[in-house]
Design a protein around this ligand. Structure first.
Ligand code: AMP
Ligand code: MG
Length: 315
């Protein structure tokens, strides 16, 4: 009888150990990493064996895209175009060519509400520096003469040239989006069950979420001007990008008025609206990034949302 009791206890302990081992085997460890790139906080959350390797590869890729497209980096390809004289042809990488080509299509489809040649205006407003001043009307008028995406010409062989020397490109509304698409492409090469990549509010999800019943990911839409992580609503997605352009992301206050970084390319001033953010859910983070800015300036536009097959939220 005593022997039977001992065997039973032993069996129970064995079952317990087996149960714990099985539970642990199915539980994937969460890997997170955060870095400051592209003038914003970028983070990844991955689940799977090769999370750390994937994390490093993804951040390297985001840095590579930034080095090509940041207009504030004087060695970037965008800076080479910006410094070029009119008619001078610049050969760029496949990445830069593709981003400028896609962005120019959205410039056209938005009737110029989205315009990647706002660089001369952005330099005046200086939302990145600590020189928070409202530019003079004279300087805005002068800059506006050089704004116009039609001054950018693409030719085969990755060649780009300008029709005006003073026109300059700013991919601030597109490069982060493209970096997101490339980051996902890289992450998918590794043994991962799934994950989330957040490039300063451009959020991309892939694979399965091990912490949810249906494997989907829940992404929050930030309440403008509230502490980060305060959500207006949430969307449930898989293999998609959720991108937000908001006044609260970059702005300064002067005499009780807010001046933010989403400009109306026609007036040269921040586009003031009754909403403070536009969020786009799309298969392509590059297109979503351009579209959030375009739709912010345009206001609700069913045609463009339908053409690009995206969901749009205003907050
Ligand atoms: P996003 O955060 O995607 O809305 O991008 C805003 C950034 O895009 C700004 O910081 C500028 O660099 C640039 N930008 C501002 N206004 C426009 C516009 N109307 N069209 C294209 N790019 C813009
Ligand atoms: Mg954008």
């Amino acid at each position: 009888m005593k022997k039977l009791k001992k065997i039973l206890i032993l069996l129970m302990i064995l079952c317990l150990i087996l149960g714990m081992w099985l539970a642990n085997r199915n539980r994937l460890e969460e890997y997170t990493k955060t870095e400051f790139i592209m003038d914003t906080t970028c983070s990844v959350t991955f689940y799977g064996e090769e999370s750390a390797l994937a994390g490093k590869a993804v951040f390297d890729e985001v840095k590579r895209i930034d080095a090509l497209m940041n207009m504030y980096n004087e060695n970037s390809e965008v800076s080479l175009i910006n410094k070029a004289k009119s008619g001078e042809k610049i050969k760029v990488s496949d990445d830069t060519y593709y981003v400028i080509k896609t962005a120019l299509e959205i410039c056209e489809d938005s009737g110029g509400a989205f315009d990647i040649t706002v660089a001369p205006l952005m330099e005046l407003w200086d939302f990145n520096g600590d020189d928070e001043k409202i530019p003079t009307q004279e300087s805005i008028d002068k800059a506006l003469k050089n704004v116009g995406y039609k001054n950018i010409v693409l030719e085969s062989g990755n060649m780009i040239y300008k029709l005006k020397s003073e026109t300059e490109i700013d991919l601030g509304a597109a490069a982060k989006g493209y970096a997101g698409d490339k980051a996902i492409e890289i992450a998918k090469k590794y043994k991962l069950k799934g994950g989330i990549i957040d490039l300063g509010g451009n959020i991309l999800c892939f694979g399965e979420n091990p912490n949810s019943e249906n494997g989907k990911w829940t992404v929050g839409i930030q309440t403008p001007f509230a502490p980060t992580g305060t959500y207006e609503k949430t969307v449930e997605i898989s293999d998609k990008a959720v991108v937000t352009s908001g006044t609260y992301q970059r702005y300064f206050e002067k005499s009780g008025k807010i001046y933010h970084h989403i400009l109306n390319p026609e007036t040269g001033y921040p586009q003031m609206k009754e909403y403070n953010s536009v969020t786009v859910v799309s298969d392509s983070s590059l297109k979503a990034d351009c579209l959030t800015t375009a739709i912010f300036v345009m206001g609700e536009n069913k045609d463009i949302a339908r053409k690009y097959n995206v969901e749009v939220y205003f907050e």
